[in-house]
Design a protein around this ligand. Structure first.
Ligand code: ATP
Length: 430
């Protein structure tokens, strides 16, 4: 697989414990870059590179090629930026992995559970990258850790607006990240926890419960422990949500990236047996603009329907009669306490299922298909806590005919008829 003709090639000789950082230009027309390891050994976010294999990185990718022993690599194409850095926190991250591995060994010996780790910090400090690194290192030594994804804005597992858990069975693919097979996904509905913090905390508890149940019956999962990726919102209710998560998962270790105040607050507020560790962020982490985050979110939804790189999916488009489905929004707008019906609390309103009357304003909204059994009123109860089995997008609404057209990964009919509406919209440009 020779690189495309005419691509410039640049060779980098990296000394031990240094990394080559590069960014691929963003935008549809941008040229992809190829990377090849020529000599020595190197890894990308914890996954080892094979020698003489060309790895392709698409527009907008921000990559670090790190080497413990020294190596040389070739870059084919013109990166937006590319430089070598000697100053990386990788040794600290590796030590963190070593400490977690010690805890797993001890858990194995004493028939206990392995470390449950929560990674926290403001936006753009490399939380997702640290999670990926620790998970890949853990599987590389034969562990089966679980990734818990609580970042509803930039989920690495499913579409935005969801929280999820994924058992990690092999290191992340250098180009594509972790293979996402059979994740457990819950509907949240928007890209920031603040829109419904009660629901966010409730879903965190649901995930914690399912994970604990799995640990009870699966020793490898229990010893492997979990790595929890969180949102970058670390103040007010965002902070409270972190404290809630620590308690729901009974975390043993909290890794705070680059935020001393948050570190001190968590040390103060979490039980003394929780190890709170402050870690520096990597200078390589690239700040992403609002626009860039929006594009990444859109891309994630597009991937869900159309596939990624080598794998193309062919979604279906069909009509769904209003009378065949029930659409809900989770959470009624909050009303003053004094106006609440007797015996009802604000919690109840935030977790309430509000029926949505289908209309034109549904167009482009992403809807989660709930796995809750179809049924009348009685079955409504479990919907909030039920995982989702997939997503559809409304592409057209015909109020006269009382039907809507949807984009779906599977042919008709829908597997279930309870749909939950997201604030998130997706315009299909294909
Ligand atoms: P958010 O809060 O938005 O989820 P985050 O704190 O999880 O952000 P990451 O997603 O881990 O941050 O990193 C942001 C970007 O920086 C990613 O595109 C990632 O590939 C890139 N990145 C991380 N570490 C490095 C590095 N050492 N060199 C170059 N790029 C890096």
């Amino acid at each position: 697989d020779a690189p495309a003709a005419g691509k410039v090639s640049t060779r980098y000789d990296l000394e031990k414990e240094t990394e080559l950082r590069f960014e691929v230009e963003a935008g549809e027309a941008a040229e992809q870059l190829e990377l090849e390891l020529l000599t020595g050994m190197a890894e990308v976010f914890g996954s080892e590179l094979n020698r003489n294999k060309k790895y392709t990185f698409g527009p907008g990718s921000k990559i670090a090629v790190f080497t413990w022993q020294g190596c040389s690599v070739n870059l084919y194409g013109k990166p937006e930026v590319a430089y070598v850095s000697k100053d990386t926190p990788m040794l600290l991250y590796l030590n963190t992995h070593a400490a977690l591995e010690q805890m797993r060994k001890q858990a194995e010996r004493d028939n206990e559970r392995g470390p449950r780790v929560m990674v926290v910090g403001p936006t753009d400090v490399g939380k997702s990258t640290v999670c990926r690194l620790l998970l890949s290192y853990a599987v590389r030594v034969g562990r089966r850790p679980t990734l818990v994804e609580l970042d509803v804005g930039q989920s690495g597992v499913s579409v935005p607006g969801t929280v999820s858990a994924l058992c990690i069975e092999r290191p992340a693919d250098v180009e594509e990240g972790f293979s996402v097979q059979a994740p457990l996904v819950y509907h949240f509905g928007s890209t920031t926890p603040g829109t419904n913090i009660k629901l966010y905390n409730k879903l965190t508890s649901c995930l914690a419960e399912v994970f604990s149940q799995r640990c009870e019956v699966n020793r490898k999962a229990s010893v492997g422990g979990c790595i929890i990726n969180t949102c970058g919102w670390v103040k007010g209710s965002g902070y409270q949500a972190l404290v809630h998560c620590a308690s729901a998962f009974q975390v043993d270790v909290v890794l705070v990236l680059d935020h001393e105040r948050l570190y001190n607050e968590l040390k103060r507020d979490l039980p003394h047996f929780v190890r709170v560790v402050l870690l520096p962020k990597s200078g390589g982490v690239v700040e992403r603009s609002k626009e860039c985050r929006r594009e990444t979110r859109d891309e994630k939804i597009r991937e869900y329907f159309y596939g990624f790189r080598g794998v193309s999916f062919y979604p279906f488009s069909f009509e769904v009669r209003f009378s065949d489905v029930r659409i809900y929004k989770i959470g009624a707008p909050s009303i003053p306490d004094s106006c609440l019906p007797l015996g009802m609390s604000q919690d109840d309103t935030q977790l309430k299922l509000v029926p949505v009357t289908p209309g034109r304003d549904l167009t482009y909204h992403v809807l989660s298909v709930s796995s809750a059994e179809d049924g009348e009123e009685g079955a409504r109860k479990g919907i909030v806590e039920s995982p989702v089995c997939g997503f559809i997008v409304v592409t057209y609404v015909d109020t006269q005919a009382q039907v809507m057209k949807v984009l779906s990964p599977a042919p008709r009919p829908l597997p279930r008829h309870t749909l939950l509406i997201m604030d998130i919209r997706f315009m299909d440009m294909k």
